[in-house]
Design a protein around this ligand. Structure first.
Ligand SMILES: CC(C)(COP(=O)(O)OP(=O)(O)OC[C@H]1O[C@@H](n2cnc3c(N)ncnc32)[C@H](O)[C@@H]1OP(=O)(O)O)[C@@H](O)C(=O)NCCC(=O)NCCS
Length: 211
């Protein structure tokens, strides 16, 4: 299978945002968090670049299908964002502004709660944090997500660091395969904002494996 993983650049963030939008799709919860047209790609990229600039532990990776690339197409089929706080690096709390195209109250209740729970657990501590992972729906179940997990967990094991993430329902089986275990969950009732459903994220932790 011609998939390779490599560091992503700022220029790759356009494709990453497109994949992210397609991967999460038009769900009932997304209609609450990002009503109407939702967040514009350029606003999403601006948030990513700001975080990259304020946080030296930021490591974005891409999975490229080299067959697509050889045909002259954009070969990126998946992207992932990890923070690796090792050595002298210590986590910084993201400066959150939800911005245009978002339901600020709902975003704070769900995504803001992720930040608060993560900070309560890891403030000042070296660790690895898987923040984003998305595969283009046209290329799912081909091993791209696994490539991203192989890369991040290998880094965590090499550095002897605990890893953390917040998982969607869809991501959970993949994370369990790589040794992550649920430690808690965030559940937000979206009916207050007209959503017929609840938003759920599993907080998961993985202990490093010594080689
Ligand atoms: C979760 C996601 C990143 C997986 O990406 P992927 O490239 O398809 O992953 P892989 O091909 O490496 O799948 C590896 C394994 O994970 C599990 N898995 C992946 N997608 C799954 C799904 N939809 N349902 C159940 N298990 C799934 C399977 O065990 C799979 O192995 P298998 O195909 O041999 O059965 C992708 O489905 C996605 O982008 N989803 C939408 C965004 C999202 O929820 N991201 C996670 C945020 S925490």
């Amino acid at each position: 299978m011609p998939l390779k993983i490599a560091p992503a650049t700022e220029a790759d963030m356009v494709r990453s945002s497109e994949i992210e939008k397609r991967a999460y799709g038009p769900s009932e919860s997304n209609a609450v968090f990002f009503p109407g047209e939702g967040m514009k790609t350029e606003d999403r990229i601006a948030i990513m670049i700001a975080r990259k600039n304020e946080e030296p532990a930021f490591q974005m990776m891409k999975v490229v299908d080299t067959d697509l690339e050889a045909k002259g197409e954009d070969g990126i089929i998946a992207c992932t964002l990890w923070f690796i706080w090792s050595g002298d690096l210590r986590p910084s709390k993201p400066k959150r502004t939800w911005g245009p195209g978002t339901n600020v109250e709902a975003c704070d209740a769900f995504f803001g709660e992720m930040d608060r729970r993560w900070w309560a657990r890891f403030e000042g501590k070296p660790h690895v944090y898987l923040k984003l992972l998305h595969t283009d729906p046209d290329h799912q179940r081909r091993g791209a997500g696994s490539k991203c997990l192989e890369w991040g967990t290998a880094e965590a094991d090499r550095l002897g660091l605990v890893s953390y993430l917040e998982s969607s329902e869809e991501g959970r089986p993949l994370y369990e395969k790589f040794g992550f275990k649920e430690v808690d969950r965030i559940v937000v009732d979206l009916s207050k904002w007209g959503g017929p459903t609840e938003a759920k994220a599993y907080q998961m932790v993985r202990e490093p494996v010594s080689n």
